[in-house]
Design a protein around this ligand. Structure first.
Ligand code: NAD
Length: 294
């Protein structure tokens, strides 16, 4: 008998994830502040809820995919949230990208009510959410992880239980996105330079495939976006800068001041001011062209 699932946050990631679970035979009750997002789940064969409380009360397992720490804390700990309405014995799993600190706070509050919590950020973007090949990085109690595992396997391909500390998934995810923040700007600048001095970018791409300049981000940003000159997200620049700021906060809590963090954040923020915030992060290539070529 499959557990019943409540899915809160049916956005770019939550939408394909929740409908994949429906397709796998789970009963999924979804809630989002945007009614059209709930309707999309209903159209995919799920059930709609009018509130977090309604989704929580109907479910053995609660899954969340929300924009940032503010929404995660509100959905779990706020009035009318999961803490107030989930049944004791519920398993709750968050797939958002937030800080380890948020996960510690949420897990502690839920534990007092007998609710298990896992912090389980994902990597792979909308493409891999759709085709069930996400990487899922899970922190939290092993027993809770085992309970969630069949669900994770319906959503992703590479599932890691990193350790008992509920914040470890967020540590890995923020590290991953720190790399992404660097590489995306590196691709944008290097391709602007190579193109400007006369190099054919498709040919460069082929040569880099067998050279050290290659990266998954170069492959993604160039192959899926820059080469096609299309920048529909994907993963927006706004979300990336959010994650870089979370990484900066994590560094500060550890007493570290990394020399490049503020440089990266400043460039992305200027791009957002210039109107690039809701485009895929690969559009940093266009932004760098704009500011360097005038
Ligand atoms: P999104 O903004 O498309 O989706 C978030 C959804 O949460 C929206 O539909 C929004 O209406 C809903 N929401 C906000 N507040 C709510 C509330 N109080 N109650 C119920 N619903 C609420 O964002 P996304 O791209 O799906 O990303 C979700 C999370 O996953 C983010 O933390 C992001 O950093 C992370 N992530 C995204 C990607 C990606 O490629 N998009 C990849 C990996 C991780």
């Amino acid at each position: 008998e499959k557990p019943t699932i409540g899915f809160i946050g049916l956005g770019k990631m939550g939408r394909p994830m929740s409908s994949n679970l429906v397709e796998s035979g789970y009963t999924v009750t979804g809630y989002d502040v945007v009614p059209a997002a709930i309707q999309a789940l209903v159209d995919a064969g799920g059930r709609g809820a009018g509130s977090i409380a309604e989704a929580a009360q109907a479910s053995d397992v609660i899954l969340t995919s929300l924009p940032s720490p503010v929404e995660v804390e509100a959905v779990y700990l706020g009035e009318g949230g999961v803490l107030a309405h989930a049944r004791p014995g519920t398993l709750a799993v968050d797939f958002s990208t937030v800080s380890p600190k948020v996960y510690h706070r949420v897990a502690e509050a839920l534990r007092e009510r007998g609710i298990d919590f896992l912090g389980a950020p994902v990597s792979g973007g909308v493409e891999r959410a759709v085709d069930r090949s996400l990487t899922i990085m899970v922190g939290g109690p092993k027993a809770a992880f085992e309970r969630g595992k069949p669900i994770f396997e319906a959503l992703g391909q590479n599932i890691f239980h990193i350790g008992e500390d509920v914040g470890l998934g967020a540590v890995v995810k923020l590290t991953n996105n720190y790399f992404i923040g660097y590489y995306t700007l590196a691709v944008a600048e290097a391709l602007t330079l190579a193109g400007e001095v006369g190099m054919d970018l498709d040919q460069l791409f082929e040569i880099m495939k067998v050279s050290y300049g290659q990266s998954r981000i170069y492959e993604r940003n160039y192959g899926l976006f820059i080469a096609k000159n299309r920048y529909e997200p994907g993963f927006t620049t706004k979300l990336l800068v959010k994650d870089l700021k979370l990484a900066k906060a994590m560094a500060e809590e550890a007493g570290l001041k990394l020399p490049m963090t503020d440089v990266l954040i400043a460039q992305y923020e200027r791009a957002i001011e210039a109107g690039y915030g809701d485009l895929d992060m690969a559009a940093m290539y266009r932004y760098i062209q704009d500011i360097t070529k005038g």
